[in-house]
Design a protein around this ligand. Structure first.
Ligand code: AMP
Ligand code: MG
Length: 341
């Protein structure tokens, strides 16, 4: 299949994307978080094609994207007051909420769960495509399953060219990691995946919000995932990534001691000066938003360099940094080395 390249600023291209989606096709779309792979959320056959194109396990449910708050009520069985509060604060934006689902949601979308995840994205092109399609869109991240999520159209094409009908290029993504996922189907609400809206912000809005174990830890043998996506190896480049947790000087000494063919570093801006191996920076040490924006690009760049072993500086699990840490420990298969002074 030939993948048609469309431009977000061209209204005819947006109309074309809408038409392809209405007919049950697959279109890559920009959002403020990462690029998504969209299909008509109310068409189970169309949604199935997302799983095929990504190589995604069928038990991993998709997020449904809307462009008007009024679309929510048809998709869910009830809207708790807490959801209205979060929607007032952060919709449109990088926040996904999980609700008991309505009968309109095909099983393919919810992967057989009684719940559905819904997001109202802020990106104007994402909203324009949803409007043009005239239907909510199911859209997971636009990478092949297991790979880093794409934050540019070019990155998405590396994984998806020839596998999808079209892609809308809307430039690089602003947030750079996938949306925050919170379930309101439990009491208290629970954070399933950290993202651009932080746990601290959610607690400020709702009072108590628990953090799911799977945010920071691998699932134990036989344990059931609250968010099925959290159980898979994820976001991984081809290289073997190891997180090195320790102060700056100790990190540099450790990396330099291990230099050799195929060894690379993934570090904060400026760290590279003290390193004797090729390095890719993923943002300023205290600029968590920049780290989020750069993380997946950095992982892809390490692949392009042909890195085989990557020593990554450990992100601070605070604010948006929690989202960075959550993605990077998965890219590293939970391999974290703690080093001292
Ligand atoms: P992606 O957008 O590709 O990162 O995937 C969507 C994420 O949302 C995955 O981690 C899913 O497991 C999660 N998700 C989607 N729907 C639900 C749901 N109904 N309950 C729990 N997690 C969900
Ligand atoms: Mg994904």
């Amino acid at each position: 299949m030939k993948t048609i390249k469309l431009q977000a600023e061209n209204p005819q291209d947006i109309a074309r994307a809408g038409e392809i989606l209405r007919k049950g096709g697959l279109v890559g779309i920009p959002t403020e978080t990462v690029y998504g792979l969209a299909a008509d959320a109310l068409n189970g056959e169309a949604v199935k094609k997302i799983f095929q194109a990504k190589g995604r396990p069928m038990d991993n449910p998709l997020i449904v994207h809307i462009s008007h708050i009024e679309q929510l009520q048809d998709l869910v069985a009830e809207i708790p007051e807490s959801a209205r509060e979060l929607a007032r604060r952060w919709w449109p934006g990088p926040l996904t909420m999980i609700f008991p689902k309505s009968a309109r949601i095909p099983d393919e979308v919810s992967a057989g769960l009684p719940t559905v995840a819904v997001r109202f994205p802020a990106h104007p092109a994402a909203r324009a495509v949803i409007d043009a399609a005239g239907t909510p869109l199911a859209a997971p991240s636009g990478n092949r399953s297991g790979r880093p999520s794409p934050t540019t159209a070019a990155h998405m094409l590396v994984d998806m060219d020839g596998r999808i009908d079209a892609i809308v290029d809307g430039g690089p993504c602003q947030v750079g990691v996938e949306s925050t996922v919170i379930t309101l189907a439990t009491d208290p609400p629970r954070l399933l995946r950290p993202g651009g809206i932080t746990l601290e912000q959610l607690r400020e809005a709702l009072g108590r919000v628990d953090m799911d174990e799977a945010v920071l830890n691998p699932l134990k043998e036989g344990e059931k995932a609250a968010s099925p996506g959290m159980k898979y190896k994820h976001y991984a480049p081809k290289a073997h990534v190891i997180i090195v947790d320790g102060p700056y000087e100790a990190y540099c000494r450790f990396v330099n001691r291990h230099k050799g063919p195929g060894v690379a570093a993934m570090c904060y801006n400026g760290d590279e000066k003290a390193l004797e191996v090729p390095a890719v920076c993923y943002g300023g040490r205290e600029d968590y938003a920049e780290q989020a924006r750069e993380l997946f690009d950095a992982l892809r760049e390490l692949d392009e360099m042909g890195a085989q072993t990557v020593f990554a500086r450990c992100p601070e699990p605070r604010g948006v940094g929690l989202a960075v840490y959550n993605r990077l420990i998965r890219a590293a298969g939970f391999e974290v080395l703690h080093i001292g002074e």
